[in-house]
Design a protein around this ligand. Sequence first.
Ligand SMILES: NC(=O)c1ccc[n+]([C@@H]2O[C@H](COP(=O)([O-])OP(=O)(O)OC[C@H]3O[C@@H](n4cnc5c(N)ncnc54)[C@H](OP(=O)(O)O)[C@@H]3O)[C@@H](O)[C@H]2O)c1
Length: 272
Amino acid sequence: MATLTMRTRRPIPAIGLGVYKSEPGPVTKDAVVEALRVGYRHIDTAAIYNNEADVGDAIAASGLDRGDVFVTTKLWNDDHGYDNTLAAFDQSLDQLGLDYVDLYLIHWPVPVLRLDTWRALERLTLDGRVRDIGVSNYLTRHLAEILEHAAVVPAVNQIEMSPYNYRSRLETINLCEEHDILIEAYSPLTKGRKLDDPVLAEVGSQYGKSPAQVLIRWALDKGFVVLPKSINPGRIAENHEVFDFFLSADDLERLDALDEGLATGWDPTDAP
Ligand SMILES: NC(=O)c1ccc[n+]([C@@H]2O[C@H](COP(=O)([O-])OP(=O)(O)OC[C@H]3O[C@@H](n4cnc5c(N)ncnc54)[C@H](OP(=O)(O)O)[C@@H]3O)[C@@H](O)[C@H]2O)c1
């Protein structure tokens, strides 16, 4: 299993199954069971996805040891503030049916309260119920603030990332690299929007790989953790079959040139 190493020296599996918009209930549970069966060891959920319980059920049903699966969940915007965060985390842990999570993230950079929230996340690491903590949708000014005021530097920053917005996000990526904060690429398949781009098919044809596999390999070749979502068993397997090739420097360059500042979801650019 391919892993990257966080600044705390703990490993994180390079591919995680995303479960945003995976319907709660058997749809999510079956997708996670299938992912674990074909070799994924990392699941990315969030309180707002309303499927933490199904992720927990799937891990229990998989027969794998808890320590063999890396679980991330996230604090939602309504739960910011020190005490609220601790209470929201208890709820997430209860939903997951676990006694710790590997990674707990602030989902969005909610103004005013986010530093208090971060202190609560730091507290949770001391209790041992969270192994690592990080942020999501943080751009340079949000990162600068946390780097200036916090005791613990985020282990990861989970942001929307694909060739279609990579160059637009270089400032954020460079700041993360400077502080040894791993980038986690979310919506790496552009939510499906760009999968019919002929450039992806042309690049993929040289390696016998699909457009989705090209996008996932691109993220891995950049050194990012990558979080493709699928509920389809064939695509879950396809998205994991990316460890038998590397993209050439020319192909990486060609993919990087696809930047168009794409944002398929909420864009934190103007978040104060
Ligand atoms: N932190 C944040 O704010 C944030 C925001 C967005 C996402 N995320 C995380 O990142 C994960 C991935 O992002 P995402 O869910 O937005 O989108 P994504 O992974 O870019 O794309 C998922 C879409 O692509 C389809 N798909 C998957 N594999 C495919 C393949 N091999 N060929 C063709 N189509 C394929 C899926 O359909 P099927 O399911 O039907 O296969 C789904 O419609 C999320 O699930 C979540 O964990 C985090």
